[in-house]
Design a protein around this ligand. Structure first.
Ligand SMILES: [Zn+2]
Ligand SMILES: [Zn+2]
Length: 424
């Protein structure tokens, strides 16, 4: 990536020279003129029609900035309930009610009439529909390598310490996988709390960043995050499954012209119904994700509270350089090295980024703003923390203790290292 500070371009608002990273549309680093530009070359299409994509980007950008301003002005630790949260919960209740009504009507049609009767068929169909549309609450990822407290006592103790420090419940399942990522989620109707640490990511972070990561992820168990709450699941999933259900599928043709016309009409109707349901699904997801972005800011706050602002912002910067982290870790894995070397490689690539970093943060506000993103742009998340009052970290992870945790996970690290070294 190359910084081009183009002298040809001048900001029409403040007169400063515009900046650009790589081949991005130039913007003004001072007043952020043109930061909201829709950069078609660098953006994956969301809908596939240029004008709709441009419109959805503008709307996503505007809503994201507005939410930032709103949350940045509030006192620390208060997230409030947003209108988006209320809509999401309300729609979920309606959807659950509709599925229940389908099921009840189905059962009634089956039992209400003497047996050989068309009503029975309709009843079975409705019941089947209710089952297909039932709310889904997720389950444990089968790829997750679940750890036990005797296998990794030091890691479990650290997780407990962080949970106690920020006052959130501890996870009931802790596991690892081979992703360059980490997540906290809740599965099943009883919402079992799961913490997953992707080992390439965990291994690449410095000890303070690891505490920040735990603070962020565990923070999700305590901040009313809609993506993890049982009441809001239907809003995220049900209409999507309904759209899938009515999407026309190709059947084997083998009839006369009348049948073909009938089939074509049926398909057209199904297609329209499917698009309509999917459209409503998208609107609902976009609304629900507003509240999910709010939850991310709150989780960042937990992260800063337990690990300190420097560690929390450093974690966000590392995440911003996700691609170069991936390259560095993979290179070291292939060379047969463990997490110690991944970390120094990541630190080196971070140092090499130098002054580019602040431009990348700013650019992320353009490139990561979306109606369909569960996370706010890294640049705004970082800005939100940087404006908060500073304080000492509540939990400090020493190099020695971090090394002991890595030693506990040596077997899992090695498995993942081999899997990556052998792939492609
Ligand atoms: Zn300017
Ligand atoms: Zn998060």
């Amino acid at each position: 990536m190359i910084i081009t500070t183009s002298t040809a371009g001048r900001c029409p608002t403040c007169g400063a020279a515009t900046v650009s990273v790589d081949d991005a549309e130039p913007w003004c680093a001072g007043c952020e003129w043109n930061l909201d530009a829709y950069d078609r070359q660098r953006r994956a299409p969301e809908f596939g029609w240029a004008w709709v994509d441009r419109w959805s980007h503008r709307l996503g950008y505007r809503l994201t900035r507005r939410q930032f301003t709103h949350l940045a002005g509030r006192p620390l630790g208060t997230g409030g309930r947003s209108a988006a949260a209320m809509v999401t919960a309300g729609v979920s209740v309606l959807l659950i009610g509709a599925v229940l009504a389908l099921a009840v009507t189905g059962v009634w049609l089956i039992v209400a009439f003497p047996f050989p009767n068309v009503a029975v068929l309709l009843g079975v169909a409705l019941l089947g529909l209710a089952v297909a549309l039932r709310p889904r609450f997720g389950r444990l990822d089968p790829e997750l390598e679940v750890l036990s407290a005797d296998r990794a006592p030091e890691l479990f103790a650290l997780v407990d310490e962080v949970a106690a420090a920020i006052g959130t419940p501890r996870p009931q399942v802790i596991g690892v996988n081979g992703d360059l990522n980490a997540y906290a989620t809740a599965v099943g109707l009883r919402r079992r709390r799961v913490l997953c640490l992707g080992l390439p990511w965990w291994g690449a972070l410095s000890p303070p960043e690891r505490v920040a990561l735990l603070g962020h992820e565990l923070g999700h168990f305590g901040n009313g995050d809609p993506r993890r709450m049982v009441l809001t699941q239907p809003a995220f999933t049900m209409l999507g499954s309904a759209a899938d259900l009515v999407r026309p599928v190709d059947t084997v043709a083998g009839g006369g012209i009348i049948e073909m016309i009938g089939e074509a009409l049926g398909k057209a109707f199904q297609w329209m119904l499917s698009r309509l349901l999917f459209g409503v699904h998208l609107v609902l997801v976009a609304v629900a994700l507003r509240d999910s972005q709010r939850a991310e800011y709150l989780a960042d706050e937990m992260s800063a509270r337990v690990a300190g602002i420097d560690a929390a912002t450093s974690l966000l910067d590392t995440a911003l350089g996700h691609e170069s982290v991936a390259l560095a870790v993979r290179r070291e894995m292939r060379a047969g090295h463990g997490p110690g070397r991944w970390r120094s490689a990541v630190a080196e690539s971070r140092a090499a980024a130098g002054g580019r970093l602040s431009l990348l943060r700013q650019l992320s506000v353009r490139e990561e703003s979306s109606l369909f993103s569960s996370h706010p742009p890294s640049g705004l998340r970082r800005r939100m923390l940087a404006e908060r009052p500073r304080h000492d970290p509540l939990v400090v992870l020493t190099e020695e203790r971090a090394a002991r945790i890595d030693a506990e996970l040596a077997k899992e690290y090695e498995q993942i290292r081999r899997a990556v070294a052998w792939s492609g």
